[in-house]
Design a protein. Structure first.
Length: 639
């Protein structure tokens, strides 16, 4: 890299950060300010100026995509591969270390990694071996407990509980058994990778000294997303001689629900006293009006370092605020604007707070033949919880629907094991009848053990009772969800996942109500709705890359679009009703800030006068975030 070209390729603040003296550098990089460029140029500058060599540099980030991009940019700047340079995700770097030092880590050379699904299966096997009932000890909750403890850097032996806290004592005991099982099986889960790496360095002074001397320059991207063990690992590795170059944006810290601690920024400044803070505030993405809206909004958060984004771009169009009559009206408005958009569809994004909100947009986009893609998720009718309840409803109408039968016969778990299902399947094939009819025959002839027979009989009775429900379609679905016990079933998963699934079930009831109001056939309304759902799910997502992008605000981080529709800006939806305390409200505001700063040229804010939620139409209050944006920046479409 020609050093003289730096001044042409970097702005003043970027150049200050890239060429800063060899101390701990904290780069507060606003949205669209070129943080990745700053980090990669810093590494290239250190190497090109001869201040160090690739062997002495470590760079960590959170995704493989970001790590690969970082590596590619560095090699391009240097005009050759930077041999010896370690670039990767936290987990990738930890895995590389453990493969090299497996003996010190008390692992075998051939240890294996458990992904999330394998880990859950391992926990289920453990519970079975311990004779624990999964209905009492949810495998998903245990998985979340174990992973959260590892994120904090805690082993089972580090945990204590009051003798009266039965639940915590049981969790600690299961965690201890899980650790012993993993060690005996020579496997490590994702959380274990970093925790084991940290402990191995901490407990082996010769290794710690080697890596502290080797990695004299440690670069960290998206530092605001680090959890406790990641910070402790970085702190240990830096020691007293390593120099940190940390890029972060405290205003984009939106992942506390999965362990990220924005407070790590404060801890770093306290633990490493010789730090220099540099702010990147020039934005290369958005217009002035969009940035001014973001600046004023986020200024309402109190616990932040503070920055003010600005741009040399045009002032831009006013932000459009649309006040819809209902969620249907909101979706129609967005669709009409997309139809009028002359650019590529892939430059348009519809952002929302909860996954359930996608359903209304999907239906109208399909009606208008506008190609779309759910970014980072499944379309509404393809989601697990929706397919589960629809399978029950299908089976209640058609007992010979073997696909529906197999999907829900043991969902939620009711003691009908795979062996029983295999036997039913075999009998049905031999007799050329449905699984339901085989079940009737087998129960009549006492061919099953008592427990399996009781469970199968209970399941069939449940389906028959759903078929007997004489209720409006929305109420039928709501009652079926209760009778099947799906709420408790999904609550066994993590809090965030369960909340999303239950919101989707509520939205399915809304969809059913909307469908019934418009239905004008003499045929069964339930049959009609199931046909409608099947046709909706049967529409394949366009293979074309030119699609409107639908996504949650959490999925939108790191992306940018010409046109952004930020929808559902209503109190208790966004900010979410579960996030109205001071700490979570600030994170909700950061999430709104992220949404606003995804837009390059056109930003639409949408809210509705009323919304059909949880079985009734409710009057909605506009989100406080709308009020926090200066009125002179907004063009109201409907008063």
């Amino acid at each position: 890299m020609d050093i003289s070209k730096l001044t042409k390729q970097l702005n003043k603040e970027q150049l200050t950060a890239v060429t800063a003296s060899l101390e701990h550098i904290l780069v507060l990089a606003g949205a669209g300010s070129g943080k990745t460029r700053c980090l990669t140029y810093r590494i290239a500058w250190l190497i090109t100026t001869g201040q160090t060599n690739p062997h002495n540099i470590l760079a960590v980030t959170f995704t493989n995509k970001a790590a690969n991009e970082m590596r590619s940019r560095i090699d391009s700047l240097l005009d050759e591969p930077a041999k010896g340079l370690w670039v990767g995700t936290f987990h990738g770097i930890a895995h590389r270390f453990l493969r090299t030092h497996w003996q010190d880590a008390k692992l075998s050379q051939s240890f294996q990694i458990l992904d999330s699904n394998d880990q859950l299966r391992s926990i289920k096997r453990l519970l079975k071996a311990l004779g624990a009932d999964e209905k009492v000890y949810s495998p998903q909750k245990i998985q979340n407990f174990i992973n959260s403890q590892k994120d904090e850097g805690l082993r089972a032996k580090n945990l204590t509980a009051d003798e009266n806290d039965v639940w915590l004592n049981q969790m600690i005991e299961i965690y201890q058994n899980y650790e012993e099982n993993c060690q005996r099986s020579d496997v490590v889960d994702f959380g274990e990778l970093l925790l084991r790496c940290y402990e191995t360095l901490r407990d082996n002074p010769h290794l710690l000294e080697y890596y502290q001397q080797r990695f004299q320059f440690i670069h960290v991207d998206e530092f605001q997303d680090t959890n406790n063990i990641q910070y402790k690992w970085l702190q240990l590795l830096a020691g007293t001689t390593g120099k940190l170059f940390v890029v972060f944006d405290d205003d984009q810290s939106i992942y506390s629900w999965r362990g990220a601690k924005v407070q790590n920024i404060q801890h770093l400044q306290q633990d490493f006293t010789d730090t220099k803070l540099i702010k990147l505030e020039q934005n290369y993405r958005s217009t002035s009006k969009i940035l001014n809206a973001a600046n004023v909004l986020i200024a309402n958060n109190t616990d932040r370092l503070g920055k003010n984004l600005w741009t040399e771009h045009t002032i831009g169009e006013p932000i459009t605020l649309y006040r819809a009559y209902s969620e249907v009206d909101e979706a129609w408005f967005v669709t009409e604007q997309i139809l009028n958009w002359q650019g590529k569809k892939r430059e348009v994004a519809i952002l929302y707070r909860t996954t359930a909100q996608s359903r209304q947009f999907e239906e109208i986009l399909l009606q208008k033949n506008i190609p779309y893609r759910i970014y980072g998720g499944l379309r509404f009718y393809e989601r697990l919880e929706i397919k589960d309840i629809l399978a029950y409803l299908r089976l209640s109408l058609n007992r010979n629907d073997d696909t529906a039968f197999e999907r829900v016969v043991n969902t939620p778990k009711r003691g009908i094991g795979e062996r029983t299902v295999v036997m039913l399947r075999s009998e049905a094939r031999q007799q050329k009848i449905s699984l339901w009819q085989v079940s009737v025959n087998i129960l009549a002839n006492d061919k099953l053990k008592k427990r399996a027979a009781s469970s199968l009989h209970g399941f069939m009775t449940l389906v028959k009772n759903i078929a007997k429900l004489n209720l409006p379609l929305r109420e039928l679905i709501e009652q079926a969800v209760i009778d099947i016990n799906l709420v408790e079933h999904y609550q066994k998963s993590g809090k965030e996942e369960a909340q999303g699934r239950l919101e989707n079930l509520a939205e399915l009831a809304n969809a059913a109500h909307q469908f019934e109001q418009q239905y004008n056939s003499n045929a069964s309304v339930l049959n009609g709705f199931l046909d409608h759902a099947a046709l909706e799910s049967g529409e394949k997502q366009s293979k074309s890359s030119d699609c409107v992008q639908l996504m949650t605000l959490h999925s939108a981080k790191g992306l940018e679009f010409e046109v952004v529709f930020l929808c559902g800006l209503e109190e208790e939806l966004f900010p979410h009703k579960n996030s109205l305390d001071d700490f979570n409200l600030e994170e909700e505001r950061r999430l709104c800030y992220v949404g606003i700063t995804r837009a390059r040229r056109f930003l639409y804010l949408c809210h509705s006068n009323s919304r059909f939620r949880y079985g009734e139409r409710s009057i909605c209050k506009p989100s406080r975030f709308i009020e926090e944006i200066p009125k002179e920046l907004i063009n109201k479409v409907r008063l």
